[in-house]
Design a protein around this ligand. Structure first.
Ligand code: 6GU
Length: 252
């Protein structure tokens, strides 16, 4: 996979891209990530990338010129055009399902902006899909772009060790995970639940499922609501995955 990130702050990406799984994935050749500074495509002496909104209103808007020139330059860096994603709070919500979908692509172009927003012709003219990472406002799209890169790259075959990949099964977002414990057995008077030391694997599995349901009910009841297919982990044809049916049965 090739990922090009168009940004006004390429330096923000240095640390996240050069640690841990993302670093290893690049070293292994699973993904090539390039950072391109939008400001390098300005033509005026002030290197201006934003301007006041037509019609009035607060804030500044990203101008189409530098971004078009930047995107057209980036197009030529790879053999095919790639899917263009516009990071903006005015977008479709990024989910695990979307991460899986993007992980199938051979090329992604991520546009991270600043200011109040993008001139609408950027989305239209570049065929960019607006994507938001959640219902809150960030100072810019950079952190959101990093979130997308992180979630997508870890899904590329070979990015995770065997140990980690087991956790990433297709039901990973259907319920919250059960609580985990490791050594020591007693820590500051807090004991590991007896059942986990019992060696009874059937009982342990039952306990974990019940715990997963309980904490989902407490902290993410929306995941248990009907009519929310994607996060409930239902398949595209609307039928429940086997794991889901079991969870629903236990719930009732
Ligand atoms: Cl993609 N950008 C900004 N600026 N804020 C956000 C976001 C993106 N997603 C959630 N909040």
């Amino acid at each position: 996979m090739r990922i090009d990130i168009l940004t006004l702050f390429p330096e923000m990406f240095a640390s996240p891209l050069n640690c841990s799984i993302l670093k290893r994935a690049q070293e292994r050749g699973l993904v090539a990530i390039s950072l391109v500074n939008i400001r390098d495509f300005t033509t005026d002496k002030y290197r201006k990338v934003d301007d006041k909104p037509y019609g009035g209103g607060p804030g500044m808007v990203m101008m189409p010129g530098p971004l078009f020139d930047c995107a057209e330059f980036v197009d030529r860096l790879g053999p095919e055009r790639g899917r263009v994603i516009l990071l903006t709070p005015q977008g479709e919500r990024f989910t695990q399902a979307k991460a899986r979908e993007l992980a199938q692509e051979s090329r992604l172009v991520l546009i991270a902006g600043r200011y109040e927003g993008f001139d609408e012709r950027i989305r239209i003219g570049l065929g960019a899909e607006p994507l938001s990472i959640g219902d809150y406002v960030l100072n810019g799209g950079e952190l959101a772009a990093m979130v997308v890169v992180d979630a997508v790259v870890r899904l590329l075959p070979g990015a995770l060790g065997d140990e980690d990949s087991a956790k990433d099964d297709s039901f990973s977002e259907a319920l919250l995970e059960y609580p985990q414990y490791t050594r020591p057995e007693v820590f500051r008077d807090m004991k590991v639940p007896e059942i986990l030391l019992s060696g009874d694997h059937a009982k342990i599995a039952q306990w974990r499922r019940q715990q997963a349901l309980e904490r989902t009910r407490q902290w993410r009841p929306d995941l248990l609501e009907t009519g929310d297919r994607e996060r409930k982990g239902e398949s595209d044809d609307g039928t429940a995955r086997p794991d889901q049916r079991q969870a629903a049965a236990e719930e009732s």
